[in-house]
Design a binder for this molecule. Sequence first.
Ligand code: ADP
Ligand code: MG
Length: 257
Amino acid sequence: MVEAFAVASGKGGTGKTTSTLALGMALAERYDVTVIDADTGMANLLFHAGLDDADVTLHDLLVADRDVAVDAAVYERFGMSVVPCGTSLTAFEAADPGKLRDVVTELAADTDVLLLDSPAALGSKSAVLPVVLADRVVVVLQPTVPSLSDGLKVQEYARSYGTETAGVLFNRVRPDEDVAAISDQAARYFGGTTLASVPESDAVRAARRAGEPLLAHAPTDPAADAFHEAAGNLEVRAGDAAGVADRFRSAVVPDRP
Ligand code: ADP
Ligand code: MG
């Protein structure tokens, strides 16, 4: 079985990378999880996962005439299979985003849950592809009206490509914020459910500095609890791996009207 989720948001800095790794670790308690840094232009998952010195990354898999096997860019870390992406602008420019389809197809054959850490701006082909490839999208938001508005655009974009919303994950929630009111609005406008509200937490920043996912660095922090709750609320659907692989392989990125 496999289901692919894009972890996406309207803007950078909402916590997509943090959430991808935290959800990945929480889901890895029940599933075989593969996490991919599909934010190929602004890759930073490697810094969150202690993989800054990784020799082979997703960029090496996206070049024309590649001679490295997909496996060479898969690192077993924190109970998950992690595919980091490099940070070189030259490598990004040399990469063919369309090749992400083949890589995801191959990875889908051997995992239960695929999490695609996705780019923020949805304007370009490389940015939109993870959302197109995914079965469902997890929208990461702050509990504010402007952030909801950004998230709705992500959902609209995803739907235009046939990708449904798995749920909304509120992140960086401060004690004085009225999540309940915003959450009511989110329930009205978004598909899926509110997965959890993750508090603003020093432990999240400390984990990043230590190059570890939050659930490895501070497994009992309230933010870690919230990510566990979110993972528990994500009901993973058992897609047939061969069917999913076919869909990935044939996914086209339509031009925007
Ligand atoms: P994105 O991938 O959406 O750009 P990141 O996951 O890299 O966002 O997070 C951006 C910054 O915010 C990082 O420095 C991260 O440590 C911090 N951050 C994310 N979530 C939280 C949180 N719940 N509490 C405190 N800091 C957070
Ligand atoms: Mg990121």
